[in-house]
Each structure stands twice: as C-alpha cells, then as structure tokens.
Design a protein around this ligand. Structure first.
Ligand code: AMP
Ligand code: ZN
Length: 477
C-alpha cells in the first residue's frame, strides 16, 4: 500500500515516491532558540515524528536533518527589525551563545518528554556560516543578487520566474500581500536578504540602531550575518543533496521562508529543490491564539508541572489531523490522559497472554489510516476498535506493539515526569519481584502469576520484556 501525502507544492495528495528508495531525505525547519518552545511549536515536531515513524513503518530508511536557528532570524519577515536572538539575549540577560544553549536544551527536553526521535543530523546555523556564504556567492556569480548599501545583499526575485509557486501565487499577488515594512533600495517587494551587514560595519543603521552585534562574521561583502532563509537551503543541501524528498515546517513558512528557500536553492543549483512539502497547522488555546497578553502560552514543562503526563499531550495532538487547526483545552488534555491510561492498562493486561499473530484486519485498517496523509485520528479509532474486538489478548498485544511503533505512545512504560525519572520502587516490592523471577525460573508459572497479581494490587506492574523483567508504578491519574 502506498503512502499518500498532501504536497503543498502540487496542492494535491500525492503518492509518495522517494528519489532513491529505500532511502528518504527529510529536512525540518527547527526552532529559533531565543525563547521557550511552547506546546504549539511542539505539535509540529510531534507531527514530523509521526511522519518519520510512518515512513519507517513502510520500510524506508529515513535520514532526518533539522536545523537550530541561532542567528539571523529577524522579528519581521520583511528584512527589518531586530535579530530574535539578540533581542532574546537582552530579555533574558544572557549572552547570545548562552541563550541559544538554554533554549536548545529546553527544546530537546520537551522533545524527549514527548518521545520525539532525535534527528539523524542536528545542525546549528552558526556552525555553517561558510556554507551559507558559499551559497550567496554562487547566487552572485549567476547574477541573482544585488547589494543595498548599508543594508545587505539581496536576492532579486524578478530573475526567478517561478517565484511564489509554493504559495500558489504569482509575484504580483505576493507583492500585494507584502508587509508595509519596506527596505529602501529593494528592487521588488518580494526580494529578500541573503546577508545583512552589521550596524557596526557602517556609520549609521537605517533604523538608527547602530549597536554592535554579538554574532557577526566576515564575508566578501562586509561584516554581518546571514539572512534567515539561507541557512535552511545551505544546510539541507549540504546533508541531503541539491534535490531531496521531504521538507517540513509550519503553515506560516509557506509564503515567505519556504518560498525564498526554493528560489535561492533552485536559482543556485538549477535543480528542483524539494519534491514533497509538508506543512503543519497551528495550535490554539481555548479557541484563542497563544499570546503573552492572554497568558495562555504553555510549555511541555508547564503541562508536566500541572500533573499531566507529557505523553497525554502527544495523544491529544494525534487526535487532530496535522493539516487542521488544533484547539488545546485542559479538559481535552485530561480526557486524553484518561484514554491513554486506559489504553496502557489494556495493553499491560495482555502482556502475559499466550503469544498469537496480530489481528490482520485491524493492522490493515491502521495501515490504511496512516497512509492516508497521516490520518492519526482514524488510526486511534482503529486502536479502540481493536480493543473492543473479540480477538484473543495475545493477538491484540501483538498488533498494539506494531501500532505503538508508529504512535510512539510508549504503551509499555510508565513515565513519572518530564525527565523520565523512574520512581524508586520500594524494597518490599522488589523482593516480591525477585521471588516471582525465581518461580518463573523454576517454571512454576501459576505461582508466579499469583505473585504478579499481588504486586499489581500493591500498585506496581511487572513487565517481562526481551531484555528482562522491569517493574513500574501504575499511574493513578
Ligand atoms: P516563533 O518562535 O513564535 O517565531 O515560532 C516559530 C515557528 O513555530 C513558527 O514559524 C511556526 O511555524 C511555529 N509556531 C509558532 N506558534 C505556533 C502555534 N501556536 N502552533 C503551531 N506552530 C506554531
Ligand atoms: Zn527553515
């Protein structure tokens, strides 16, 4: 069965065919590490994680590359405003480098708590400045650039006739929608910065804010820093080649960031850049946009502090299709936590059942759902249908294990908090577990099972896995 993905480039749900099967190259625009990553950001990364798991489930070998934007992302898409990193450094009273470390760490912790698999390659924009300069150089040689004095090196979008195709708009339409902020000297409103000059490298900045930047580099055009878009083109092509399979991001990246990535990459290489563009929709809270003034910006750590298992958040994300706007409510999270808990309990209750092959009918339905543009709400519905079915527990157990490779809900674990710290199991319980092990070795399974029930009544579950027996506290949420 073929995986179908909605492709923003073609505006259709296309059959996914990688360039070089079984390998798949995928690039995700990563976080700008200037502030906390909230549950809206994290929805996107869970979405990417699901896509990767589905690809792996289909037998592909995925090389997943993600960037960390630690420089050059301006507060406005119109190439004016401050660098988000420099601004964040002031806000938090940290150097830009320490700011980047702090929030990369917070991002990685959130990702771990949500059981998001690590990318194969995580690239920091500041480690690849030379590659970005080299790409601007290529564009310059091919005549796609011009310099605005005391401002930067710009890409001339009128020289790239396909500009705007991702957003389904011709340059004229994009011009109409362009922001009012406008850099003096731009030839076209859609032109964008490839390299910005540091205010300190000329006498007076256009906006008068001539202060020295913490991050700046030499370049053939003057001291400065890269435009935001160029890092993603330079780093993705470095790791995945001029043309690669999948590029992901948020829907807000379509009209500018990704449109500009396509223009500069294809202009430089003369090759198609990306074959499938996947974009995730936004998350709102209680029906409203997340914003500081509403006080409704929450992180995964906040969710955890309120006593929720981060995995319940993952479950909640899966209940909305990635291309639909999602509305987060605490009530819905509590519902997701209950559902997840029930699912885990059912799963654990099948653990000792006689091994059986999985349930082919449900495995087929599950596959149809995930291959249908990652229809996870439907995939979850199949999980619950399976539980209700008359299949023997051993078969259900087998299928659930297969499903959880894709869902990533860690059905077999009881995480006690964000950092995966395991709660200490009391010695009295450990003694019972050891007694049970001894009985199992003696093949006195009936007695071993009795002890297992006793342990369960005391609030702990014993799991027999291939790597040995583990014991976990049963969550009481
Ligand atoms: P920011 O850190 O606010 O600049 O956001 C960085 C990126 O995260 C945006 O470009 C979006 O793609 C994504 N993002 C921000 N807010 C949300 C949200 N509420 N829901 C989903 N994605 C978001
Ligand atoms: Zn990007």
């Amino acid at each position: 069965m073929v995986l179908k993905l909605y492709n923003t480039l073609t505006k259709k749900t296309d059959e996914f065919k990688p360039l070089h099967p079984p390998y798949v190259g995928m690039y995700s625009c990563g976080p700008t590490v200037y502030d906390y990553q909230h549950i809206g950001h994290m929805r996107r990364y869970v979405g990417d994680d699901i896509l990767i798991r589905v690809l792996k489930h289909s037998g592909y070998e995925v090389k997943h590359v993600m960037n960390i934007t630690d420089v050059g992302h301006l507060t406005s898409d119109a190439d004016v405003g401050e660098d988000k990193m420099e601004k964040g450094a002031l806000k938090f009273g940290l150097s830009v480098w320490d700011l980047a470390k702090k929030f990369e760490q917070q991002f990685l912790e959130s990702a771990k708590a949500l059981n998001i698999q690590k990318p194969n390659v995580l690239m920091h924009a500041t480690d690849y400045i030379d590659d970005q300069i080299a790409l601007v150089h290529m564009l310059e040689k091919k005549g796609f650039t011009y310099v605005i004095k005391d401002d930067g090196v710009y890409f001339d979008t009128s020289k790239f006739p396909e500009y705007g195709m991702l957003a389904g708009q011709k340059p004229e339409a994009l011009k109409k929608g362009a922001r009012v902020d406008f850099v003096k000297g731009k030839r076209n409103v859609t032109d964008f910065a490839l390299w910005k000059f540091s205010p300190a490298s000329f006498d007076s900045a256009q906006d008068g804010s001539a202060k020295r930047r913490q991050m700046e580099w030499e370049s053939p055009w003057g001291v400065g820093f890269p435009g935001w878009h160029i890092e993603c083109s330079a780093m993705s092509m470095k790791e995945l080649g001029f043309t690669f399979d999948i590029h992901t991001g948020g829907i807000d990246h379509i009209p500018i960031h990704h449109t500009n990535e396509i223009a500069q990459s294809e202009a430089a290489t003369g090759q198609p850049f990306v074959r499938y563009w996947v974009h995730h929709n936004f998350l709102h809270v209680e029906g409203q946009k997340m914003s500081k003034s509403l006080g409704n910006i929450f992180t995964v750590q906040d969710v955890s502090k309120k006593g929720f298992d981060p995995m319940a958040l993952r479950y909640l994300y899966l209940q909305t299709h990635y291309r639909q706007e999602m509305n987060f409510t605490w009530e819905a999270l509590a519902g997701a936590q209950k559902a997840l808990q029930r699912l885990r309990e059912e799963f654990l209750s099948y653990i000792n059942a006689k091994a059986k092959p999985g349930c082919a009918q449900f495995e087929q339905e599950f596959l149809e759902a995930i291959n249908d543009d990652l229809n996870m709400p439907q995939a979850l519905a199949v999980v619950w249908e399976l539980l209700k079915s008359d299949y023997p527990p051993g078969a259900k157990f087998q299928s659930l294990r297969v499903f959880d490779n894709v869902l990533g809900l860690e059905l077999q674990y009881q995480k006690s908090n964000m950092n995966n710290q395991k709660e200490k199991i009391p010695d009295s319980i450990m003694n019972l577990v050891q007694d049970r092990e001894a009985l199992r070795k003696q093949k006195r399974f009936h007695l071993a099972d009795k002890l297992r029930h006793k342990i369960r009544k005391l609030g702990y579950d014993v799991l027999d896995t291939q790597s040995g027996t583990t014991v976990k506290k049963i969550s009481t949420d």
